[in-house]
Design a protein around this ligand. Structure first.
Ligand code: ZN
Ligand code: ZN
Length: 358
């Protein structure tokens, strides 16, 4: 089968790889039908994810059809259409029992897919702990509507939850890229008074406004975020701040625009260390919450997608086939053509053609 492989810092390629097999009775094999490229894939490519293992198939945001399950899999069955959780987790360890599945202590727990174990930018993929990691897609929900459920929508959902937004709060989201937009989408579930989107990119801010996610947009570099937010809030600052940009100075903006006692959720994944200037922020009594996502709300998210309360499919600005994915990586990395997200279709499943699983 064809798959995108991380070969080591700076290098990815489309290769022929062997079909995945069931290795544990809790595994499932999924035929990938639609996959995506995430900025975390770029972080891996740049060598900025120390735990990423060279030789691993990339991809942790995808949907597909179950073709085989291990003997201990109870909830999921062959032919189910499923969305895949970015995190694989055992459900039994100290952290899993408390809902902190990102820190599952199993050898294959946490963010392993497409990082430490083979992921879903491939025709087929093995999913460990399939009953926890797969969510059945209801019949009327499209693959494009479910594509982001397990990763960026999970991230936005988790961020909004731990942001503890109260009704009528002023929420600021730094970064109007795919993750920032998902965070705004999920923040709306908590009825804030207003959501302010901050980004340097005008087209991304336009997307935030056009899709009804942001009530106000602010172009960093042209306007001073701190001044604008103070003017809006009687000099206080934002009640909740989400830092979803991961830029050079966006962490500094995040704590500066927060009001005293605010919660600042650091959703972004930085490629460089950040400075926490404690003397400057003394007296602000801020609460910082840092990523990554605990992706254990996939059923809730799917239920909200199914009833029309969440729909992230507008993020798909570009579509291509697996054979064209390296060009897509290039466009996505350089943020050309106002790209937000790719939907990469897998049209040919060679192994299926040979009836391996039939
Ligand atoms: Zn991701
Ligand atoms: Zn666990």
């Amino acid at each position: 089968m064809k798959a995108v492989v991380y070969e080591g810092k700076g290098k990815i390629s489309l290769q022929e790889r062997p079909m995945p097999r069931i290795l544990d009775e809790r595994d499932a094999i999924v035929k990938v039908t639609l996959t995506s490229i995430c900025s975390s894939d770029l972080h891996i490519k740049h060598g900025a994810v120390p735990r990423a293992v060279p030789g691993t198939i990339l991809g942790h945001e995808f949907v597909g059809e179950v073709v085989e399950v291990g003997n201990a899999v109870k909830k999921i069955k062959p032919k189910d259409r499923v969305s895949v959780n970015v995190e694989t987790f055992c459900g039994e360890c100290f952290f899993c029992k408390r809902g902190f599945v990102n820190n599952c202590t199993d050898a294959q727990g946490g963010w392993a897919l497409g990082c430490r174990i083979d992921g879903g930018q491939a025709e087929y993929v093995r999913i460990p702990f399939a009953d926890h990691g797969l969510t059945v897609i209801p019949e009327h929900v499209t693959e494009e509507q479910a594509l982001f459920n397990g990763d960026i929508l999970s991230t936005g959902y988790w961020a909004a939850k731990i942001g503890e937004i109260k009704p009528a709060d002023t929420v600021a989201v730094i970064g109007a890229g795919p993750t920032g937009l998902c965070t705004m989408l999920c923040a709306r579930l908590y009825t804030p008074a207003r959501i302010l989107a901050i980004d340097t990119d005008e087209s991304r801010l336009k997307a935030a406004a056009e899709h009804g996610l942001a009530d106000l947009v602010l172009q960093a570099g042209k306007e001073d975020a701190e001044t604008v937010i103070r003017d809006l809030t009687d000099g206080r600052g934002a009640d909740v701040v989400f830092e979803a940009a991961g830029g050079v100075d966006t962490f500094q903006t995040a704590w500066k625009i927060a009001r005293p006692n605010a919660i600042v959720v650091v959703v972004a994944m930085y490629e460089e260390p950040q400075i926490l200037p404690l003397p400057d922020m003394y007296g602000k009594n801020l609460v910082f919450k840092t990523g990554g996502v605990d992706g254990n709300y996939c059923q809730e998210i799917m239920d909200l997608v199914a009833c029309g309360k969440l729909d992230a499919s507008f993020l798909i600005t570009h579509r291509c086939q697996l054979e064209e994915i390296l060009e897509a990586y290039d466009l996505f990395e350089k943020k050309r053509d106002h790209v937000l997200k790719y939907a990469v279709k897998l049209l040919r499943h060679r192994a299926a053609d040979k009836k391996v699983y039939k």
